[in-house]
Design a protein around this ligand. Sequence first.
Ligand code: THU
Length: 132
Amino acid sequence: MTDVDRLAAAARRAAERAYAPYSRFRVGAVVVAEDGSEFSGANVENSAYGSSICAEATAIATAASAGVRRMPTIAVACIDATDPGFPCGNCRQLMREFGVERVVVDGPDGPGVHRFDEDILPNSFGPESLES
Ligand code: THU
């Protein structure tokens, strides 16, 4: 099993712990820090729908709360979808902050690996933008 397959499997396992009674769309994410440590998260919904939190946001906040400041890889799995589920715009912005370089997106034909580049978040706003 490759590293990518293993991460996708970990994201699927994280999705099983989602709290998604409203959408019934369970998502899991795993952040990998530079030292190889991993932090998982799942989407956590709320009866006030707008207060719901995406899986990627949960995983990124968990890693950041543990002191991680660079997150080279994140893996995402939507276990109730047939098509691969790409991260939403807000989660892409969260990834931008912590230097995500590689996004593993699980799907029915196996995980796809995507560079976090201009195609994913064009002309992005980041920490340097505050200093220019
Ligand atoms: N969701 C995520 O967890 N990550 C995304 O990138 C997109 C959407 C969640 C939010 C909500 O709980 C459910 O999927 C349906 O939108």
